[in-house]
Ligand binder design. Structure first.
Ligand SMILES: [Ca+2]
Ligand SMILES: [Ca+2]
Length: 332
């Protein structure tokens, strides 16, 4: 009986305390380095509504570090400070779309605890997206950081563990993007995840008291509070685009590469023109799970599909000069 109770307790605690990906540099992290070739573009415009340096204290004035130009382009350490509950909305040359895995990433300027790579000084923001620039849908944010001792910018405790955070911008330290996957919002009314024109960052007011912000489960999100100085709140460095409607298909590749037959049976022929060099072929399930990955070269390659599940697959071909992504129907 005791054994059953212990097992039940472990099960319940596991259900309540799910663990998310750890901090950049720790095995299992989902942090994306700013130099990653995944990034196809960066935000091209930013609007901001600054928040007060300390919510409820007009006399303290508004956050003032940086301006909207700091949020445009690749991460460079120049940031736009939002202040308590401040809001930044960024736009792009081409709309974002829901591809396989993460679709964009947000960069902040948090820093690691030199004594423990699992911990970092992090200032967080909620993330929302919009297909029309008017209606915004929030990623369901989770904070499992304790909410009984206020984190502080001036005294311990100040550090947060990334494993306890999900769908909050600022989860990763400077130079590393926090990824967001539009697939999580695929059923949201009024949102077309294949056409996202704006990403909005809303500073989390990290107070565990009455002024504090709540996560998707109604829990206070504890981050350093108060921050009564010009760099108050979330510091937006950049928003990187991974899947853009501009790069759904790279024309030179789409017109030159042949994939046949489609629907496919036991085998599939992929013909790559001369001069493309060596590329990477990946097959993905609709869930985003990668089923197979191998090198591919100019010429015709015959793939055996026998061990793959019948149904819809995505074939992605990446070469130095671009990539193509093809829907593939598999009949077995
Ligand atoms: Ca996605
Ligand atoms: Ca910047």
């Amino acid at each position: 009986m005791k054994g059953i109770l212990i097992a039940l307790c472990l099960l319940l605690s596991g259900a309540v305390q799910a663990q998310y990906a750890p901090q950049a540099g720790v095995v299992g992290t989902t942090a994306i380095p700013k130099t990653s070739s995944l990034f196809q573009a960066w935000a091209t415009r930013c609007d901001v509504q600054r928040g007060l340096q300390q919510i409820g204290n007009m006399a303290g004035g508004y956050a003032s570090l940086g301006d909207t130009s700091a949020a445009i382009g690749a991460p460079d350490g120049n940031v736009l400070s939002l202040g308590d509950a401040g809001v930044a909305t960024v736009f792009f040359k081409d709309a974002l779309r829901n591809g396989t895995g993460a679709d964009f990433a947000v960069f902040e300027n948090g820093f690691a605890n030199v004594l423990n790579p699992e911990e970092a000084f992090l200032e967080l923001a909620f993330v929302e997206v919009s297909s029309d620039g008017v209606h915004f849908t929030r990623f369901p944010a989770i904070s499992q950081t304790q909410d009984t001792v206020q984190l502080s910018s001036t005294a311990a405790p100040s550090y947060t563990t990334a494993r306890q955070l999900h769908n909050l911008a600022g989860k990763y330290i400077a130079g590393f993007g926090t990824p967001f996957d539009l697939q999580e919002l695929v059923d949201s009314p009024g949102l077309d995840v294949q056409h996202i024109i704006a990403v909005r960052l809303i500073d989390v007011v990290g107070a565990i008291g009455a002024d504090g912000s709540l996560d998707a489960q109604g829990r206070k999100v504890n981050d350093p509070f108060p921050t009564p100085f010009p760099s108050s709140g979330f510091d937006l460095d950049a928003v990187g685009v991974i899947h853009s409607t501009a790069t759904t298909v790279v024309p030179t590749l789409a017109t030159d590469i042949s994939v046949y037959p489609n629907p496919a049976g036991a085998t599939l022929d992929v013909r790559v023109p001369d001069g493309f060099g060596t590329g990477l072929l990946s097959l993905y399930a609709p869930s985003g799970a990668c089923l197979r990955q191998n090198a591919i070269h100019s010429g015709t390659t015959r793939l055996s599909l026998q061990e793959l599940p019948a149904g819809l697959l995505f074939l992605r071909l990446q070469f130095q000069n671009g990539y193509s992504c093809t829907k593939l129907l598999l009949h077995q």
